[in-house]
Design a binder for this molecule. Structure first.
Ligand code: HEC
Length: 149
């Protein structure tokens, strides 16, 4: 009896460990996008005129976004972390079945962030134009690859 219980426990361990890991990956991935949104939010508010334009603050937020684009996100896309596979995930399975299309969205996002950096401190109009381009890359990726709540 004891032996049966033990073997059942041992057999179920890897599955449990993998589920926990997948959830950690989802949390980290969502944390990454939370950081992106935290830095992008004030820039969008300044672009819309909802917050007074501040060249120094805008430059600092843009620099933080650039720093986030330097992070290699490969680990955030571990297998088994799509919507329906891992708890809380809103990442569509298409990310894994069409990774090159997903990466292309990521490249467009990185390029828009690179263009945002010099624009952020150059004036409210310049910031607004660059923010609009970045925002379009967020939306374009979410439309195809992020599941609705
Ligand atoms: C290359 C694709 C891509 C780009 C570009 C992108 N996102 Fe996302 N974003 C995702 C995916 C996929 C998720 C879902 C992650 C999950 O649930 O595991 C997500 C989730 C989020 C979330 C929710 C995080 C959470 O706590 O669940 C926020 C907020 C977010 N993105 C904001 C942004 C903003 C702002 C931008 C642009 C400045 C942006 N994203 C650009 C793919 C992208």
């Amino acid at each position: 009896m004891k032996r049966v219980l033990l073997s059942t426990l041992v057999a179920s361990l890897p599955a449990v460990a993998m589920a926990a890991d997948a959830e950690k990956v989802v949390e980290a991935r969502q944390g990454y996008f939370s950081l992106v949104a935290l830095e992008f939010g004030p820039l969008a508010a300044m672009a819309k005129g909802e917050m007074p334009y501040d060249a120094a603050a805008a430059t600092a937020h843009a620099a933080d976004l650039v720093a986030l684009t330097k992070y290699n996100p490969g680990d955030l896309y571990a297998a088994g972390t799509a919507e329906g596979e891992a708890k809380g995930s809103h990442a569509k399975a298409a990310i894994w079945t069409d990774m090159s299309a997903y990466q292309a969205k990521g490249v467009a996002f990185f390029e828009a962030i690179a263009a945002l950096e010099p624009a952020a401190g150059a004036g409210q109009k310049e910031l607004a134009a660059a923010v609009g381009k970045v925002g379009a890359t967020c939306k374009s990726c979410h439309d195809d690859f992020r599941a609705k709540d």
